[in-house]
Design a protein around this ligand. Sequence first.
Ligand SMILES: [Zn+2]
Length: 351
Amino acid sequence: MHQHFFRTYQQAREHFIKACCDFKGELTSIKHPEQGPDGDIFMDIGCFGDKSAQRVVVISSGTHGVEGYTGSGIQSLLLHEGLHARLPAGTRLLMVHGVNPYGFAWQRRTNESNIDLNRNFISFEKAPVNKGYREIADVFEPKSWNADTEISLINEVREFVKNKGLEWYQSALSSGQYEFPGGMFYGGLEPAWSNLTIRQVAMDYLQNTEEIIWIDVHTALGPFGTAECIVDYHPTSKAYRRSVELWGDRVKSMLSGDSHSAPIAGSMISGLQKTYPTIVGAGLEFGTVPGRDVVLALVADQWLHQYGNPASPEAAPIKDMMMDAFYPDSDEWRESIVVIARDVVDQALAS
Ligand SMILES: [Zn+2]
């Protein structure tokens, strides 16, 4: 199992591409305009099974860049276990590797413009306003990063939670904001490269389908080694009922307060769903480390790319924090997420 989980983008990508070729997938690679630390970067699409099948299972990785190490490992592992060979009649499989290859390669959650892709699929003429974020923006964009900044950040967060409540803080921080380009969970002012490119992929592969089951792999929300299928469907909606039919009580709606995620604006699945209403999609979210460590890693990384130098030695400890937060190097963790991933994909195939 370990042989499928890598710690550089190039290795993860080469392994995925080899699996696509070895297992007779049709591979399409779309080059990103920027470079990773080791050269060119791509969104890679592997297509398996009968092209005329009306039902498609999509498994995507790296919407949040650094989370792609986990998603890629799962994609390659499932192919090596023969997923492509046991597709039911009438179902095909699409694997999208590196939705945000820039963040994947540079071990960032965001893209080349500090955009959180899962906040980028909105209608830009009426971008949501996040008033809460205005109150916390300064704290989450420090001009320096050292042990003191870390302590003061932790204290400030404690104060926000004490004064305004945990729910307010989570929503202010993570629901998405469109006013602070150097800040956290920034959704951008226009569709990003990955947004336009995944829409093109959808046009090429997902037209005229009866049902599209979309599993977008994420990490770093929830307890270590556990998972939620996070949906942004209202609990009374048809799509919600269908997702529960597929994944049972693993389904958590961010609209009902069940999920570890606050309600967010502009997720990829919600954006694509407007064009492809037959999508039933979930963020398969694997828990890693406590939220505090995730936030510290994100703020440090934000500082590094905004005010520091990602190509200098000061980057290494911060990138270690990012990898520990989003991709724990732990056998126990890998073993438990792999069991869940197999189960969630099998459920998507079976129903
Ligand atoms: Zn994510």
